[in-house]
Every structure is written in structure tokens, then in C-alpha cells.
Write a protein that binds this ligand. Structure first.
Ligand SMILES: Cc1ncc(COP(=O)(O)O)c(C=O)c1O
Length: 395
């Protein structure tokens, strides 16, 4: 019997379910012609800030701009160094480079796939010098001041933020969370003895509303959240040609605005986000339950301090190419996030990294496989994925 395909991501169903509300947004924009700025944008900013428990939110036209603007607004300047990880989407590093900074990579943690605080500490002690008088950390690699850390909340799970924030405060570094994959993810801060939400932990955070994200527009979008009013003010200027008011340009900025139509759409979808995230969590737990008996499949494990929103559900398998081909034959969609780490990309040859520089990242990038993951994924579909995957690895 011919089986129905299982997509890697189903973007059609949730939009059809919201057809009426989304159409009303379009009609409102059509009738008012408020295409740029205005109440829809302001409403989304208020609601998304609240969702992230952050004081400010400035919506933008992409997550890449969000990383770039957050860093510029936090005072990162030409030739400064920013630490980040090599296993992320290229946009993290594009944001750093386009803010004028140099990306310097820190090895990830093998279990969490995000910035390892122990590695960060070790790297600083071995590869940097600290001038306590000027409170400046200097990279030996570049002989340039290190000014920022950009931890990436990959796959929907925050990095281990308490120690990262502690290191940042010790060395006077700005922290910009790359929360582009982590809308609503939570982190248990031992220091504060409470759960914190992604986007409210660092000095600022970048979000993407690319369609496939947990909260996605029907086009491009992004946001910076922060508890720092000065950062928010500068991001607002940067997105609008450096204007503080019409024709008054305090700085040179960019055109980084989000359309009102996208803001209205995102605001409708935001009302469903908590429910969608909990459905993703349930799907992830079901995958783990079905797959953890296999000795050949390494499942994604949530540490006790994390409440992931499972933007992606990844496993590690030894024979990935064959596994992916087998699942493809079974009409099951999969993805790779990410198959070539950034330090080995041609775009970054000028950073002078070599194969072997980040063994944990390199090994995981060769083994990771992203399984179908979206809120409407059914148990029957997951049973089929689990059976096909188990057969493909040979038990
Ligand atoms: C980790 C990460 N950072 C940054 C971005 C950039 O976001 P955008 O595609 O909205 O520019 C993305 C999204 O693709 C991402 O996954």
C-alpha cells in the first residue's frame, strides 16, 4: 500500500486553520493602507516583549538584522571580537561580521550542542589576556579586544546561560542571545532560582520570524528583545535609517523594518505559540520514548535546566547518508542542521581555521539528522518515522 508522505515541516495546515483571522489582518491593512509602522507593529512589539518577559521588543525584517543591530546597539565596533559557536546557521556569524566584528569560535558541548561554558572559560584563560585596568579582554589570535558573546539557543533550547553571563560580567562582555530558533524556550537560572525565558537573559536577544520558525511570518521577519532601554532605542534608529523622528538622522542606519501586514499575521500566530510549543514538546518526548531503546541512535536529551521548544528534533546516527536515503525512500522528510560547520565554510577561510579545530562540532555535524517536527505531527506519523529510522540503523 502506498504510504502518505510525512513532511519534514507542515506549514500549510496551521495557516489554513487560521485562514479567517489571517484574512482579516490582510483586509485591515488593505482598508487602512498602514503598510509600514503603525498600530499592528506596536501591538506585536508589546505582545512579543510580554511573551519573552522582556521590557522591550523592536521588530525587524529578519533575524540576521536582529543579530547585527543588537550588536551595533550594544556598542560593538569595527575590529572587535565576538565569541560564538561554529555549529549554527551562517546568519549568526553574518550578523557579527556585518556589525564590523570578527567571529572567534568556541567549541560546543557534546550533549547540548550549544556554547560550552567550560570551554569558554578555558579558551579565555589560554587564548586571551585581560587588562584589568581598562577592563579589556584581548584575543591573542587577533590582538583585538573581545567585546561580545553570542550564544546560540540551537534547536529550540537555550545555552547554559548562568555561567555564560557570569563569565561575561567578569570580563566586561556584552551578551547577545541568538534566540532565532528558540521562541518561548526557558532556562532555569540557579542564580536567580527561577525559570527565565529566552530573549530576557542576555543584554539583548535576536529572533527570526522566518516562516519555518516556531513563530514564523508569511514572509521575512525578526526582532530584538532587551531589558536595556538604550539598546532598544538604538535598534529602533538602526531599523529606520538612523531616524529619531522624520528627517532627523542621529546616525546612519539601515532599512530593517517589518511590514505591518507581517506584524498583524505574527500577532495572530503569537496567540497560538504556547500551545504549538507544548505540542512540539510532546512530540519530542514521544520520539525519545520510541527511539531510546536503540543502541545505535543517540537521542537529544534535555538537561534539567532547560525547557526546550524543539524547533528541531535531532538524533545522531552513525550511517547518516544511508539512513537519510532510507527515510527518503519511505517518503519521510529529514534535514541537516548543520552538515558543514562554519569554521570549515569557504566564506570564512579568512578566519584561518582548519579541520580538527573543533572535534566535537565536526563529529556531531557528520552524525546529526533532524526528524520531522511540527505541532500537528501525529503519533501514527511518529511511529512510522521511528520504525523506519530503527530499521535504517539496523536496530
Ligand atoms: C540560529 C539562527 N540565527 C540567525 C538566523 C537568521 O534569521 P533570518 O533567516 O530571519 O535572517 C536564523 C534563521 O534562519 C537562525 O536559525
Amino acid at each position: 500500500m502506498q504510504q502518505n508522505p510525512i513532511p519534514f515541516l507542515d506549514l500549510v495546515t496551521p495557516h489554513i486553520e487560521l485562514e479567517q483571522e489571517l484574512t482579516e489582518v490582510f483586509q485591515k491593512v488593505l482598508k487602512t493602507a498602514r503598510f509600514i509602522g503603525g498600530p499592528m507593529v506596536e501591538q506585536l512589539e508589546k505582545n512579543f516583549a510580554q511573551f519573552c518577559t522582556a521590557q522591550h521588543c523592536c521588530v525587524l525584517n529578519s533575524g540576521t538584522d536582529a543579530v547585527r543591530f543588537a550588536l551595533i546597539a550594544a556598542g560593538i565596533r569595527q575590529g572587535d571580537v565576538a565569541f560564538t559557536v561554529p555549529n549554527t546557521f551562517i546568519a549568526t556569524v553574518e550578523g557579527i561580521s556585518q556589525a564590523g566584528a570578527i567571529a572567534e569560535f568556541i567549541e560546543i558541548n557534546e550533549q547540548t550542542y550549544s556554547l560550552d561554558p567550560g570551554n569558554l572559560k578555558k579558551y579565555i584563560s589560554e587564548q586571551c589576556t585581560y587588562d584589568s585596568k581598562s577592563k579589556t579582554l584581548v584575543s591573542k589570535r587577533w590582538q583585538r579586544p573581545v567585546k561580545a558573546i553570542v550564544p546560540v539557543h540551537l534547536y529550540g533550547q537555550t545555552a547554559d546561560m548562568d555561567p555564560i553571563m557570569e563569565i561575561a560580567r567578569q570580563y566586561n562582555l556584552t551578551v547577545v542571545e541568538d534566540a532565532c530558533q528558540a521562541h518561548g524556550a526557558r532556562y532555569f537560572s540557579k542564580k536567580e532560582n527561577r525559570w527565565l525565558t529566552a530573549g530576557s537573559i542576555g543584554d539583548a536577544a535576536a529572533f527570526s520570524f522566518y516562516p519555518g520558525k516556531n513563530l514564523g511570518a508569511m514572509g521575512e521577519g525578526g526582532a530584538v528583545t532587551t531589558n536595556d532601554a538604550a539598546i532598544d532605542r538604538t535598534v529602533r534608529m538602526l531599523r529606520d535609517h538612523g531616524q529619531v523622528e522624520k528627517y532627523i538622522h542621529e546616525i546612519e542606519g539601515y532599512n530593517g523594518r517589518l511590514d505591518a501586514l507581517q506584524a498583524g499575521i505574527l500577532d495572530v500566530k503569537l496567540t497560538r505559540l504556547a500551545d504549538w510549543n507544548s505540542k512540539r514538546r510532546a512530540c519530542a518526548h514521544y520520539y525519545t520514548e520510541k527511539l531510546s531503546a536503540s543502541k545505535k541512535i543517540v537521542c537529544f536529551r534535555e538537561p534539567s535546566w532547560a525547557e526546550s521548544v524543539f524547533h528541531l528534533y535531532i538524533v545522531r546516527v552513525p550511517n547518516r547518508k544511508e539512513v537519510q536515503r532510507h527515510l527518503d525512500n519511505e517518503k519521510i522528510g529529514t534535514g541537516l542542521h548543520y552538515p558543514i560547520p562554519l569554521h570549515l565554510q569557504k566564506a570564512y577561510t579568512h578566519l584561518h581555521y582548519r579541520p580538527g579545530d573543533f572535534p566535537v562540532t565536526e563529529k556531531s555535524s557528520a552524525e546529526i539528522l533532524s526528524l520531522p517536527m511540527f505541532p500537528g505531527l501525529t503519533k501514527e506519523q511518529q511511529d512510522r518515522v521511528a520504525a523506519a529510522l530503527t530499521a535504517a540503523v539496523g536496530g
